[in-house]
Design a protein around this ligand. Structure first.
Ligand code: GLU
Length: 317
């Protein structure tokens, strides 16, 4: 064992599809090849989107596919105290403010709408310095989010797969949310607090989160947390239309294939082929995947899940 630690961090907001599984399997293999400890962390703070049965289903399917981890699963929702402490620390540094803005208010105020994917830049509406001196105070107990004050300028970090990155978070998303209107820590805050508390040194995840990383690095620095983890953002699995796997691509849940009688070796075999470990689709046990996994073989391009892949999985069922 080394003193390196990673985490498997499923969100129980829906069933894990083959793309999620590929990322988890890469994460697990990288860890087990190198003697990193693995924390199983259930990211169940996403309020109404969390489906109670999905946590256990995520654990079951990762186990069924052949992955393991160290210790019991940790649920973010079971102890909110560390997130509250971190919010308190940011607030004492005068880095936070309450923001009751609605989505439509933000959209109306954004002079140049800047919608890429799903995020709208927050134009600083309730930033204290932007408020008229005689504006009424924002009541503490009201249904308001808390935002963190992000300075102008680039935040830099290195991704092990994508190389050096520089992101102007203020330009990208503006002052972002650290506590939601529901009174829960935001994903960005929770992940930073947990990675620090759990001693996570190596973060392997889908490259849709590359754009969140500068926000997390900013929060680490604002909270005085170190050392910075190493990041490995792996390409996603997309549908044939070039969009990331979702319901519109049909049922790509790993659990669906399991219910249809597909063996775990078959799924691992497809994921291994997608990782460049084999020349053709062939069945492979998780420990074989672990033995042969090699970052250098991983294509930097997204993987496309095709009907042929689906057909191959369903053969002999
Ligand atoms: N829970 C997140 C997800 O399932 C992963 C968060 C992370 O790795 O930082 O997308």
């Amino acid at each position: 064992m080394t003193d390196r630690v990673t985490r498997l961090a499923p969100s129980p907001t829906g069933a894990l599809h083959l793309g999620n599984m590929r990322t988890f399997l890469i994460n697990w293999a990288a860890a087990r090849q190198n003697g990193w400890a693995i924390v199983m962390r259930i990211e169940d703070l996403d309020g109404p989107r969390v489906k109670p049965e999905a946590s256990q289903q995520a654990i079951d399917i990762l186990d069924w596919l052949g992955m393991d981890w160290d210790g019991e699963a940790i649920f973010q929702s079971h102890d909110l105290s560390r997130y509250e402490e971190a919010l308190g620390a940011l607030s004492r540094k005068r880095l936070t403010y309450r923001c009751p803005a609605t989505r439509s208010e933000i959209l109306a105020a954004a002079s140049a709408p800047h919608v890429d994917d799903h995020e709208q830049r927050y134009p600083g509406l309730y930033r204290p310095e932007n408020r008229p001196a005689d504006a009424p105070p924002i009541p503490e107990e009201a249904d308001t989010a808390i935002r963190v004050i992000v300075p102008e300028g680039e935040i830099t970090f290195v991704d092990e797969l994508h190389g050096p990155q520089a992101v102007d978070v203020q330009q990208q998303v503006g002052d972002f949310i650290v506590q939601t209107k529901a009174g829960l820590p935001s994903y960005q805050l929770a992940v930073v607090v947990d990675d620090d508390h759990q001693g996570v040194t190596d973060i392997v995840r889908g490259d849709d989160l590359l754009r969140s990383t500068a926000r997390q690095v900013f929060l680490q620095d604002a909270l005085g947390l170190s050392p910075r983890p190493r990041y490995y953002h792996v390409p996603l699995v997309l549908g044939e239309d070039g969009h990331r796997l979702a319901k519109r691509h049909g049922d790509t849940r790993t659990a669906m294939y399991r219910e249809q009688g597909v063996r775990p070796e078959r799924i691992v075999g497809l994921l291994a082929w997608w990782c460049g470990l084999t020349d053709t689709r062939e069945e492979l046990a998780a420990d074989e995947f672990l033995r042969t996994f090699d970052w250098a073989k991983l294509s930097p391009d997204p993987i496309i899940f095709t009907p042929d892949d689906h057909q191959w999985l369903m053969q002999n069922t």
